[in-house]
Design a protein around this ligand. Structure first.
Ligand code: ATP
Length: 294
């Protein structure tokens, strides 16, 4: 999975020579040590503000370097600004690749990806990644305080903003209960957080960044019921009003999505709501039974 990365990295590993402004997506990119095949544009266009978050993938084919079988092929998709889309499919179907192309970890061999009508290859890459919020399965937290971790994508954020984001992410209660609140050190030698707490910190970080487009790889690991409820509440607040593309592992996510995309062997084989697909798509029915017990 392209968005998965080590759970705790040191600040030095994380920062490198990455521009802070580029935010979490850029940092993940560095951590993943992906070999980019992308070529920066000679004259990068700036996105007009505000970014609406209308995304298209137009007849995309993409094969990873050194591989023979395309990871995505003849892939056509249009996602409306503010639409909440959940992506499901068997392992290797191309779900992470879809997110990777949106973040420009790779460029397609054929076709184009657009954001608000702009071919993303013509956009400044840091600016592109700045409008994308990423919440990975295993949130990357680095050694530093809770506040440092939250400010990563938004360095100048005031402590009032930190509190507001933490509250929206259902994280304020556990942060306030830490020995030094927002100044509590995390990581090796610091406080160890539970999986659900880490996810809510990652959600708070994304809320602070306030991206037009949200890319989310839901955690597969089971949380206890209370933690699950808090994470779900935080995710609902995070996705509200933004284009959201979620690799879905939770029943609540597929039920609440405006549209589900079912991927198989690099192709979009079905789309619709959960209720529609349960009746029309045998593959979806199978996946839903397997993953969500639906
Ligand atoms: P999973 O649910 O297991 O994460 P996925 O649906 O996200 O799977 P992808 O990770 O997008 O699937 O993989 C699609 C195809 O591309 C697979 O055949 C996979 O082996 C291949 N692939 C993915 N990442 C790379 C990579 N970095 N280099 C080479 N091949 C890759």
């Amino acid at each position: 999975a392209v968005l998965a990365a080590g759970a705790v990295a040191t600040l030095a590993e994380v920062a490198g020579d990455v521009q802070r402004a580029a935010g979490a997506a850029e940092r993940l990119f560095e951590l993943l040590d992906a070999q980019p095949t992308i070529r920066p544009p000679s004259s990068a266009a700036l996105l007009p503000h505000p970014v609406r978050g209308h995304i298209t993938l137009e007849n995309i084919c993409f094969t990873y370097p050194g591989r023979e079988i395309p990871a995505l092929c003849h892939f056509d998709l249009s996602i409306q600004a503010g639409e909440r889309v959940a992506v499901v499919g068997p392992s290797g179907a191309g779900k992470s690749t879809l997110l990777g192309l949106l973040l420009r970890f790779y460029d397609p061999d054929q076709g184009r990806v657009t954001l608000d009508g702009f071919d993303i290859r013509t956009l400044d890459i840091a600016a592109l990644r700045n409008v994308m919020g990423v919440v990975a399965q295993e949130p990357v937290l680095f050694s530093g305080s809770v506040a440092d971790n939250l400010r990563y994508g938004c360095p100048g954020a005031s402590s009032g903003k930190l509190r507001a984001a933490a509250a929206d992410a259902s994280a304020i209660d556990f942060i306030d209960a830490l020995p030094q609140g927002f100044d509590t050190p995390l990581g090796p030698g610091g406080v160890q957080l539970s999986g659900g707490q880490r996810q809510r910190l990652a959600i708070a970080r994304a809320l602070l960044k306030n991206p037009a487009v949200l890319l989310l790889d839901e955690a597969t690991s089971a949380l206890d019921a209370e933690s699950e409820r808090l994470v779900q509440q935080a995710l609902d607040r995070l996705m509200r009003g933004r284009t959201s593309i979620v690799i879905a592992h939770r029943l609540a996510t597929v039920i609440n999505a405006d549209r589900l995309l079912v991927l198989k062997d690099g192709q979009l084989v079905a789309s619709g709501t959960h209720a529609e697909l349960i009746t029309t798509s045998p593959l979806y029915r199978h996946l839903a039974a397997l993953q969500f017990g639906a």
